[in-house]
Write a protein that binds this ligand. Structure first.
Ligand SMILES: NC(=O)c1ccc[n+]([C@@H]2O[C@H](COP(=O)([O-])OP(=O)(O)OC[C@H]3O[C@@H](n4cnc5c(N)ncnc54)[C@H](O)[C@@H]3O)[C@@H](O)[C@H]2O)c1
Length: 246
């Protein structure tokens, strides 16, 4: 499972699953590049993680801006000479009933979740294919498999990301680069709480374990997927558990 000495980009690192991942990975002697558009929260995390033994760099950017993403990836490659792991956890989920959804709501979600995933994996894919090693894990969602009445834009973006994971795995396999998606199940983060303001308990009742995943638990799965224990896993969408009435 070791990620010691690996160069790892974590997007969405200022909150939730990305933050828990950054905190866990910082204990593993890896070089971390933390990315988010929330400068204040990311700065706080970097200060918390910066100890003499930790190697932490941060970039404030919007993953839906192609030029910002390519500049960040190029700068990381220039500084560290390799990129071993990409954990892509930046994303949004805002409720919008299907027939009332505005063009702006649709575009915002697709642009951050799906375009952002494409911009990042394309740039990181160039580095990993040239070095003939690496792994990418994208945070996908059960909604991308099963759809969602009140989050159709989110479901479509995650469905697109699932197809992107599989396409990248097919394209990059010959370069010994692996790509997987993680559906973490309902995870107790600001995103999930914000998307289900009045329905948290009702949603939990649909979970076979009757509980939400914690961001720390999701981070443990990401650690497994980032290390050598999962070296021969690619093109997979790792689901964590069933829900009643999916
Ligand atoms: N929490 C869940 O139940 C759940 C379930 C399935 C999938 N996911 C996915 O997991 C990922 C992480 O979610 P989370 O629950 O930790 O959310 P979160 O809101 O706690 O964290 C998301 C982070 O992404 C950042 N971000 C958003 N848009 C960005 C942009 N354009 N550029 C750069 N950074 C941006 C935010 O600032 C935030 O720090 C998301 O992709 C989400 O869709 C979450």
């Amino acid at each position: 499972m070791s990620i010691k000495d690996k160069v790892i980009i974590v997007t969405g690192a200022a909150s939730g699953i990305g933050q828990a991942t950054a905190e866990l990975f910082a204990t593993q002697d890896a070089t971390l590049i933390l990315v988010d558009r929330d400068q204040v929260k990311l700065q706080k995390l970097v200060l918390k993680l910066k100890r003499p033994t930790n190697k932490v760099t941060s970039y404030y950017l919007d993953v839906s801006h192609s030029n910002e993403v390519s500049q960040m990836v190029q700068a990381c490659h220039a500084e560290f000479e390799r990129i071993d792991v990409l954990i892509h956890a930046a994303g949004i989920c805002k409720p919008a009933p299907l027939l009332d959804m505005s063009d702006e709501q649709w575009h915002e979600t697709l642009s951050i979740n799906l375009n952002g995933a494409f911009f990042l994996t394309r740039e990181v894919g160039k580095v990993m294919s040239a070095q003939k090693s690496g792994t990418m894990i994208l945070m996908t969602s059960d909604r991308g498999l099963y759809g969602s009445a009140d989050y159709a834009h989110y479901a479509a973006s995650k469905g697109g990301m699932i197809a992107l994971v599989k396409s990248l795995a097919l394209y990059l396999g010959k370069y010994k680069v692996t790509v997987n998606g993680l559906n973490p199940g309902m995870t107790d983060t600001p995103l999930a709480r914000g998307a289900n303001p009045d329905k948290w308990d009702a949603k939990l009742a649909l979970d076979v374990l009757g509980q939400a995943t914690s961001p720390e638990e999701a981070a443990q799965t990401l650690l497994y997927l980032s290390g050598s224990a999962s070296l021969y896993t690619t093109g997979q969408i790792i689901g964590t558990r069933l829900r009643y009435g999916q």
